[in-house]
Design a protein around this ligand. Structure first.
Ligand SMILES: Cc1cc2nc3c(=O)[nH]c(=O)nc-3n(C[C@H](O)[C@H](O)[C@H](O)COP(=O)(O)O)c2cc1C
Length: 334
């Protein structure tokens, strides 16, 4: 019997995404410009960075802004963090008018500021609380609730099974596992074997995250683990082409999208235009620095260009830098 196609729609409760390759939540990166770019280049949907439920409940307009969908988001997906069911419910009440396709609970963030709230990966030490928070979110949302977990706090306390089961029992419609411990942060290898274990354990769909830097990595993760889809994280920073490349590889076995340096810069310029569209110029320029470093990494003669780009302040300035770099091959007209 033929297995399921590797590239396929993804069912999250009643919501059906057109594909199973998603753009992961990335604090400091996955703002509206990043998400719009990921979707335009083929991601099925793109999660916001983790949004503080507590700040939302306190009435922070800046925090609510982080959750606002980009213009091309058909399936807006918002991630929150909190350690409290009441705060989660209050935050979800405020998020409901944004009409999210689903809201995700962060159970993986390892930074002390988040751990202090009892949220993020602190929840990996308290699976029962994950269940309570998911139930509280479901109590106020009409859209599905999903959960993103790590393998545990430390290698001697791997609680992914308990965390995932608690989430599913409380009504979560999907679980994503980044199989590193909180202690590991983002270093070392993600233990993909746990993903196969999670797929066996749950009846709801399972997504995998961790060490997905090429289309081939995604194909390997899906083939080795049998999970339902993936979230691409660092691999999509400065490289939105990865979404289309992955789809091509999964559908036809070959990658045909091979961007030239000019095409990469055209994508960077598009991303810049979106950043300046959504945010005031100084903020857009500041936020784009890290993205531009990633877009230009490894390209010929890019070191002096990067040095100029980090000082850019306006779209015109960036266009000039790119034109100088490529001479007449102005990336904006490619
Ligand atoms: C800078 C950075 C910010 C991140 N922010 C979030 C976040 O807000 N929420 C979340 O669930 N995961 C976050 N993650 C984790 C990623 O979504 C992903 O699970 C992790 O990076 C593993 O994937 P990778 O090895 O392919 O990058 C972050 C990771 C990085 C590197």
């Amino acid at each position: 019997m033929e297995g399921k196609p590797l590239f396929r729609p993804l069912k999250i409760g009643p919501v059906i995404l057109p594909g199973n390759i998603l753009s992961a939540p990335l604090a400091g990166f996955s703002d509206r410009a990043h998400r719009e770019t990921a979707i335009r280049f083929g991601a099925a949907c793109a999660l916001t960075e983790m949004v503080s439920a507590e700040a939302l409940v306190r009435g922070s307009a800046k925090t609510l802004d982080l959750a606002r969908p980009a213009e091309n988001e058909v399936y807006p997906a918002i991630q929150i963090f909190t350690g409290s069911p009441e705060t989660a419910a209050g935050a979800c009440r405020l998020l409901a008018p944004l009409k999210p396709a689903f809201v995700d609970l962060n159970c993986g963030c390892p930074v002390p500021k988040v751990l202090k709230t009892g949220g993020g990966s602190a929840l990996m030490g308290d699976p029962e609380m994950i269940g309570r928070i998911v139930a509280a979110m479901k109590g106020v949302l009409s859209c599905p609730v999903t959960v993103k977990i790590r393998s545990g706090l430390r290698s001697d306390s791997l609680t992914w099974r308990e965390a995932a089961l608690a989430a599913q029992e409380a009504g979560a419609s999907l679980v994503t596992l980044h199989p590193r411990t909180a202690k590991q942060g983002y270093s070392g290898r993600a233990d993909w074997a746990l993903l196969a274990g999670l797929k066996d354990l749950l009846t709801v769909p399972v997504l995998g995250s961790g060490d997905l830097f090429t289309a081939e990595d995604v194909m390997k993760m899906l083939t080795e683990t049998g999970i339902d889809g993936v979230m691409i994280a660092r691999g999509g920073i400065g490289n939105p082409f990865i979404y289309k490349q992955t789809e091509e590889l999964l559908v036809s076995g070959t990658v045909t999208t091979r961007p030239t340096p000019q095409e990469r810069m055209a994508a960077a310029l598009e991303h810049l235009e979106r950043a300046f569209y959504y945010d005031p110029a100084p903020l857009a320029a500041r936020e784009m620095r890290k993205h531009l470093c990633a877009y230009t990494k490894g390209l010929p003669h890019s070191a002096p260009v990067r040095a100029a780009l980090v000082h850019g302040t306006s779209l015109d300035e960036y266009r000039l830098i790119f034109t100088d770099w490529f001479g007449n091959d102005n990336p904006s007209v490619l």
